[in-house]
Design a binder for this molecule. Structure first.
Ligand code: GTP
Ligand code: SPV
Ligand code: MN
Length: 588
């Protein structure tokens, strides 16, 4: 079979591609180089074949539009597998399948699957070039959409080959679209082999294999072996008017506010303060020689939730998606404009919705799918932190765990210490969102926002977190937040978005020993005088109190709901966390 114009001298890469070409039998093999010329060529091809629609280039320079299959619009957790040698290695929070069995099943599906099609070979680097934490993957795919998205989301092409050299330790990722039949949709991970096979989907986290599959599921597995953390966290830097920069990492479940928080613009009252984005979804963190925890963002772009994005909620995002962006599953007007719920200005009189059906403001259906996304290079973000390219990463002073909770969880509190913080993160509950298929709105335990992304046994993952403490001399402080608490009429109690700066300010002041707090059964909470509400319209100290209420009855119920996870992990739950639960019960 013709391997095409192969652009690497790495024999391990070549022989694996050869093997997969033999399996999938594409008509052609295209070795991606990540160049601008290649981007133009592939974009033109994608427009010609209808995979992309060119948007109005005056209004949206370099922007294109894509619709995925209506049955294929989010991650599919029920079809996601961790194929470790034993079921116990994957743990009860993951779907498991024997690796040999899964290889046979998926190789059968992939056999001949690229006949009449092109196989694209995508070399990509996760992390800044030269970083000890950076990792190389090769993704083979028959989707031109995947190539164009991976080009934005990763450092694709030469930097990957340069980082890899002649080594063999790259992630092997195979992706076949097949016929997009949900019955033949599998996202399978083989952590021991550093291998991923994804078939039957063309959407987001299922197929951009550098993201959730490598950076989190395989990443977390490698991280435990190698002594670091792979987390579903944004990374941001807060700069004070005096120029002091404090870096923070925050884990919120999917569609619970990471992108918005990571590029927040502080309210007027915080003149001179600036928030810098290092990453909006994934953090790889490792203790440095100085005993601090250093974080890199392995990604190079953002795959962000579109609905709700406007110049008020996220002005930086509105600015950055104005060019070089791929929009997936939003509304499309006849003159090449896009629309989504929560965009600035009035809706168009008529357009096509995310399915391609006629939509008007009177329609009952949503115009944009709730999990519609933009893919945009991080260089477009006016708030991008220059440190994002630093191979050493940024030192983390605070770790924040968040949930989407209409009740129970207060706006903010600080954990008493590292182990207590690990317990708070481990027991975090959150309402399920449109980012994954099924269960929307139901509260479930989502430990560290990693339930769908941990590549091994969750109990061992908690133990790994507890153990990290020993490798740190400057321990990040741990906090919990909830932007989504509601009053009895169903309105959000906290305005959120830019006002989250007030919470962030208290957090960094706590880290730098400058803010007071009151001890409660849950942890340390800001007292009225510790929390800056100045310049807020229509928001009173009483409303803050309501958002901060700790109800013993609600927490009794919460602790019982934690049992679901406790039972699931009964064999592997570290006793330190069981003890933390006893202490919480006693304090309440
Ligand atoms: P993933 O990309 O799926 O990992 O999501 P994410 O965690 O980056 O979430 P994102 O920032 O995209 O926000 C998801 C949704 O939550 C959007 O509809 C936002 O408008 C909404 N949201 C974000 N921050 C806030 C907030 O502070 N308050 C309220 N009420 N909604 C918010
Ligand atoms: C998430 O679901 O957490 C995302 C989107 O960030 S996806 O890439 O589809 O996983
Ligand atoms: Mn995410």
């Amino acid at each position: 079979m013709n391997l095409g114009n192969c652009n690497t001298s790495n024999e391990a890469v070549k022989s694996w591609v050869q093997e997969m070409v033999h399996l999938c039998q594409p008509d052609q093999v295209h070795w991606c180089d990540g160049s601008e010329a290649e981007k133009q060529l592939l974009t033109a091809e994608a427009v010609k074949s209808g995979v992309l629609v060119e948007l109005n280039q005056q209004k949206w320079p370099g922007c294109y539009y894509h619709r995925s299959n209506p049955n294929d619009v989010a991650r599919v957790e029920q079809c996601t597998f961790i194929c470790t040698p034993t079921k116990d290695d994957a743990g009860l929070t993951n779907n498991w399948c024997d690796p040999d069995e899964m290889y046979v099943k998926l190789h059968d599906l992939a056999r001949g699957a690229m006949k009449g099609r092109t196989m694209y070979v995508i070399p990509y680097l996760m992390g800044p070039p030269g970083s000890k934490l950076a990792k190389v993957g090769i993704e083979l795919t028959d989707s031109i959409y995947v190539v164009l998205n991976m080009r934005i989301m990763t450092r694709m092409g030469l930097p990957a080959y340069e980082h890899l050299g002649l080594r063999r330790d790259f992630n092997r990722g195979l992706h076949c679209l097949l016929d997009l039949n949900p019955d033949r949709r599998f996202i399978a991970h083989f952590p021991k082999d550093n291998t991923i096979i994804s078939v039957g989907s063309g959407y987001g986290g299922n197929v951009l294999l550098g993201k959730k599959c490598l950076a989190l599921r395989i990443g977390s597995y490698l991280a435990r072996q190698e002594g670091w953390l792979a987390e579903h966290m944004l990374i941001l830097g807060v700069e004070s008017p005096e120029g002091e920069k404090t870096f923070v990492a925050a884990a919120f479940p999917s569609a619970c506010g990471k992108t918005n928080f990571a590029m927040m613009v502080p309210p007027k009252h915080f003149a001179g303060w600036k928030v810098w984005t290092v990453g909006d979804d994934i953090a790889w963190m490792k203790p440095g020689a100085d005993g601090r925890l250093y974080a890199i963002n392995p990604e190079a772009g953002y795959f962000g939730v579109v609905p709700g994005t406007n110049t008020k909620s996220n002005p930086n995002a509105m600015h950055m998606i104005r060019r070089d962006t791929i929009f997936t599953n939003v509304g499309l007007t006849a003159d090449g404009d896009v629309w989504w719920e929560g965009m600035d200005g009035p809706p168009p009189g008529e357009c096509l919705d995310w399915r391609g059906e006629k939509w008007t403001p009177a329609s009952k259906e949503k115009c944009a799918h709730p999990n519609s996304r933009f893919t945009t290079p991080m260089q477009n973000n006016p708030a991008m932190a220059p440190e994002v390219e630093d191979p050493n990463g940024v030192p983390i002073s605070a770790i924040i765990f968040g949930g989407r909770r209409a009740t129970t969880l207060p706006l903010v509190f600080q954990a008493f210490n590292w182990i207590h913080g690990v317990y708070v993160g481990a027991m975090m509950g959150s309402e399920m969102t449109a980012a994954a298929v099924g269960g929307r709105g139901q509260v479930r335990r989502d430990p560290m926002a990693m339930l769908p992304f941990c590549g091994y046994n969750m109990g061992d993952y908690f133990r790994h977190w507890i153990r990290m403490r020993k490798h740190l001399r400057h321990i990040p402080r741990i906090f919990a937040v909830n932007w989504f608490r509601k009053d009895k009429d169903g309105n959000f109690l906290w305005p959120g978005f830019s006002d989250n700066m007030r919470v962030l300010k208290w957090i960094i002041d706590r880290c730098n020993g400058r803010a007071g707090a009151e001890e409660t059964p849950l942890g340390w909470v800001p007292r009225a005088g510790d929390f800056d509400l100045a310049g807020m319209e229509n928001f009173s100290a009483e409303q803050l109190d309501e958002a901060q209420t700790i109800s013993v009855d609600e927490w009794k119920k919460e602790i019982l709901e934690e049992n679901e996870l406790m039972f699931h992990l009964h064999d592997s739950m570290p006793k330190e966390l069981i003890f933390q639960r006893e202490l919480l019960v006693a304090r309440l």
